[in-house]
Ligand binder design. Structure first.
Ligand code: SF4
Ligand code: MSK
Length: 630
């Protein structure tokens, strides 16, 4: 077992040693067993799109196979693989968004799902031209939901939310033919065009990939975020705690992991049920302790303050504490390994989604019609399991940190309003934010997002980059597992202002915000698109003019590649701390890291060293400032 990756996090070190003693296997064991990754796969030059293959291209030019059997070159194969990765990521986010739209469609006054943020519903109805005068809220909600559902398969036209972009950005998309059409259509087009014997021109494959990525960011993800806020409430700033220390010795611990708030909201309700709390007490526990992980952890912490047990790499570690009665999951980012790991302890591993049945798990299907009934049944399973906990196998690290979470765009604007004391037209806008950036008090902004990846010391790149950015007066917004890394490191607190440069520190004090703002889950990167676009529109500029970047220091999922692509296509430079599987094609790599900028005004940077990454980010931000003359 390699302990090289553990220096940064002593908690993990202790738990991995415990796993060894308990005879439990972890990701780090499997990493050692895996040895070196396949060189062809790593460079993206292996194709198995048809059964004449798999074909793989020799890395040495002029030697060995330079084309697949059909004649596909490394450039074609890399481009096709990249496109399919983006299609996979866009499908995951968008199918999540579609599910939320279905839930909004079935919401009712007396049902499990209600409309919590009527104001946001009315705003969206107005944006989409839905009549609201004199109509019942749920009638309006149904019509809005139906329009949202049509965005997935409408035969004509382009996506409605693209209208939210600044005018120059819309022009660029129009000119390049990048305006995304129906979400499913864009994903299907990628799958079709990358079939054997279809597109082989990497330029055109990248263009259709960029268009499909917009169907994620400005389509499925934005629908997911907007409709979740309508149903479950727009997040507001609230306190929580983060890290494995939130697991309680004397309570029934339930770990909630996955992505879909329609499920997690109902688990929160079930865990608050007085009868079930009494049942837990009757079982000898002090109560029920619901804790979150990955993006579901972000969803429930933003809306309910549910504490965060950890991020992606910690899912196994939480089970290894021996104190988790049940891990309950829905979709995405769930290790199938949890089934075998749970068997080493008393933990019940319960999967709930027909889209993610997991071999070896207990399957209790969740459906929205019987939502609360089902989640109560699941919580009961956890309570009944409390008696089976083997106290001799329990070790809960005490480390945890306080955090403030829940900075939706609306909440950020409310905070900014507090410091406005002059013109009425400065209220309810991002003008104060733009003003401090233009004045140079804040040099720029960075969205730090994404996963953990065992190729990188877990959380180390996230934290190194975030700390250096705030030290250099660059305000940071975070989502996904990067947000949880920041929470665990204590960066989502007012106290973190002490780590900032003078300008950012002053802004934090005046506005009353931490220097690192938790904006939610992965689909909530659509909130970042919204925020950046509001600043650009206010200034009559394009996103690409702003001193703003995206960073994914430890990304691993297909969703992250889709995100990176839509962020770049939206005009925002994106820095990746893990190099994507494209380097087998110099041409395609150059397209992503260089020539794409000629088209959309932004590009990818691949930089695995976090300190070098920060230098490049700062250079880029200063370059943008110089161009703006600010
Ligand atoms: Fe080989 Fe072409 Fe088939 Fe890919 S599509 S496996 S390169 S023959
Ligand atoms: S959960 S996609 S590991 S951020 Fe959204 Fe975390 Fe990455 Fe999953």
């Amino acid at each position: 077992m390699s302990h090289e990756v553990l220096e940064f996090d002593v908690i993990s070190d202790r738990l991995i040693e415990k796993a060894e003693r308990d005879g439990a296997e972890t990701m780090w064991d499997r990493k050692v067993a895996m040895k070196a990754p396949c060189g062809f796969g790593e460079k993206g030059v292996c194709c198995r799109h048809c059964s004449m293959g798999p074909c793989r291209i020799s890395p040495v030019a002029g030697k060995g196979a330079q084309r697949g059997l059909c004649g596909a070159t490394a450039d074609t194969i890399v481009a096709r693989n990249f496109a399919r990765t983006v299609a996979g990521g866009a499908a995951a986010h968008s199918d999540h968004g579609r599910d939320i739209a279905h839930v909004l469609y079935m919401a009712s006054e007396d049902g499990n799902y209600k409309v919590k943020d009527v104001g946001k519903l009315m705003n969206l109805a107005a944006e989409w031209g839905v009549e609201t005068d004199g109509r019942d809220t749920y009638d309006i909600a149904r019509e809005v939901a139906e329009i949202a559902l049509m965005e997935f398969g409408k035969p004509f036209g382009t996506l409605r939310f693209l209208e939210r972009a600044p005018e120059p950005r819309k022009e660029i998309w129009k000119e390049l033919g990048l305006e995304a059409r129906a979400i499913d259509k864009e994903i299907a087009t990628i799958m079709h065009s990358t079939h054997i014997g279809c597109a082989s021109d990497p330029e055109s494959i990248l263009e259709m990939t960029m268009r499909a990525s917009l169907a994620d960011g400005w389509g499925g993800s934005m629908i997911g975020t907007e409709l979740s806020d309508i149903l479950y409430g727009t997040p507001t700033a609230r306190g929580t705690e983060a890290n494995l220390g939130v697991i309680e010795e004397n309570m029934v611990n339930i770990l909630l992991h996955g992505h879909d708030p329609s499920f997690s909201e109902m688990v929160v309700l079930a865990a608050e049920d007085p009868e079930l709390i009494q049942m837990a007490k009757d079982a000898g526990a002090e109560g029920i302790n619901l804790v979150g992980m990955c993006c579901t952890g972000n969803e429930v912490t933003m809306r309910h303050g549910v504490r965060i047990a950890g991020n992606f790499y910690q899912q196994e570690l939480a089970v290894i504490t021996g104190a988790i009665e049940a891990v309950i999951v829905d979709v995405q980012c769930i290790f199938p390994a949890l089934a075998k790991l749970a068997d080493c302890y008393h933990t019940k591993f319960i999967s709930t989604s027909p889209k993610a049945k997991i071999d070896g798990s207990i399957y209790i299907e969740f459906n929205e019609e019987h939502a609360l009934e089902t989640t109560k049944k699941i919580v009961k399973e956890a309570i009944e399991n409390y008696k089976n906990r083997d106290r001799s196998k329990v070790y809960i690290p005490q480390e945890k940190n306080k955090a403030v979470v829940g900075y939706s765009v609306e909440t950020i604007i409310q905070h900014l309003d507090k410091v406005v004391n002059s013109h009425v037209d400065e209220f309810n806008t991002v003008k104060p934010l733009a003003d401090v950036i233009w004045a140079g008090v804040i040099r720029g902004a960075a969205g730090v997002v994404g996963c953990n990846n065992p190729k990188v010391k877990h959380d180390k790149s996230h934290i190194t980059i975030i700390k250096e950015l705030i030290k250099n007066d660059i305000i940071v917004v975070v989502t996904g597992c990067a947000a949880q890394a920041a929470a665990k490191a204590g960066l989502l607190t007012m106290e973190a202002k002490e780590l900032c440069g003078r300008g950012l520190k002053e802004v934090c004090e005046r506005v009353g915000i931490p220097p690192v703002l938790h904006m939610g889950s992965c689909v909530d990167i659509s909130r970042i698109l919204d925020l950046v676009s509001r600043v650009a529109k206010l200034k009559g500029l394009d996103n690409s003019d702003l001193p703003v970047v995206g960073v994914a220091p430890e990304w691993m999922s297909e969703k992250a590649v889709a995100i990176g692509t839509y962020v770049v296509t939206s005009g925002i430079d994106t820095f990746l701390g893990v190099t994507p599987q494209v380097t087998g094609s110099e041409r395609f790599t150059d397209m992503l890291t260089n020539t794409i900028e000629d088209k959309v005004g932004a590009k990818f940077f691949f930089e695995e060293d976090p300190n070098a990454c920060v230098e490049k980010i700062i250079d880029r931000i200063e370059e943008k400032r110089a161009k703006l003359g600010i």
